[in-house]
Design a protein around this ligand. Sequence first.
Ligand SMILES: Nc1ncnc2c1ncn2[C@@H]1O[C@H](COP(=O)(O)OP(=O)(O)OP(=O)(O)O)[C@@H](O)[C@H]1O
Ligand SMILES: [Mg+2]
Length: 338
Amino acid sequence: MSRLLEVEDLQVSFKTYGGEVKAVRGVDFYLNQGEVLAVVGESGCGKSVTAQSIMGLLPKKVSRIKGGSVTFEGEEILGLPKKQMQAIKGSKIGLISQDPMTSLNPTMMVGKQIAEVIKKHTDIAKNQIKVRVIELLAMVGLPNPEQRYSQYPHELSGGMRQRVLIAMAISCDPQLIIADEPTTALDVTIQAQILDLLKDLQKSLDTSIMIITHDLGVVAEVAQRVAVMYAGVIVESGTVEEIFENPDHPYTWGLLNSIPKYGSGEKDRLIPIQGSPPDLFAPPTGCPFAARCEYAMEICVQEMPDKKRTSETHHARCWLNDPRAPLVKDLISAGRAE
Ligand SMILES: Nc1ncnc2c1ncn2[C@@H]1O[C@H](COP(=O)(O)OP(=O)(O)OP(=O)(O)O)[C@@H](O)[C@H]1O
Ligand SMILES: [Mg+2]
């Protein structure tokens, strides 16, 4: 499998009245051709900022890329001039953003909005563009696509608006789709339909997808690989099987304990992760999860652990995986944890 996207040591900060927010603090992950990667983590951990950095969509005045690299098809795209990035956006990377209402222009027919993207990024003949838009609207499962073409965003339901955004994202046959919480604002049945649609499109168009979510249920449904993000860092990454069946980071254990299991009885109560993420104005020097981790050792607050690989695809940044660390069961019996 060839690498389509590679993010290495990405660091992004924001200037605010309160000081510098270190939102992304050395993120690394990759995405292979034809693969679906899920990036998961709590609200505020830097998922959207990571996506915005890749797409060149960071707010210029207040943000600063402090380091790292983003290569797409082997070429550096981090911090590319606006014009060059525009050419990649839309034609090679499509974005489905977190909020369909703000991503669509409320004063313009949805069909026209997709037509604009096609006009800008492809050389489809002018008289063929409308036909293509209607075809795309049908492809994303909108009933009566001819009629939908002339409707405005407010005339559509949330699920339909999300389908319009998906149509827009795939309109120029991108190699990569970045979907930032594409189903968060939708009710459960519509969520499932949108995920099915993304899966179908990924297969039929052979596109790669980076899906951002805080919902591990979504991960299990669509992704082949997972990157778990916490306080601006990827703390664990692996295949879906590795993450669900053999997770190596206490934050991932916490995430897994806080999702309902199918057919679970009363004994398997959901256990929320206690505490809150660290202050990103002054992030800790050690592991950012240490303050909430019931297995934290002295070293955890002093030093950020390196990546420890347990397979070609699986790694975690946790001192518990160091060969010198005591086993978790020993920590529990020593009364360090429940
Ligand atoms: N324009 C901005 N100015 C200042 N701080 C920002 C800005 N955008 C994001 N941040 C900060 O960066 C951090 C990461 O934000 P981000 O939006 O990436 O979180 P997220 O993981 O996408 O969360 P959610 O799941 O809620 O969408 C947060 O602490 C946020 O407050
Ligand atoms: Mg977000």
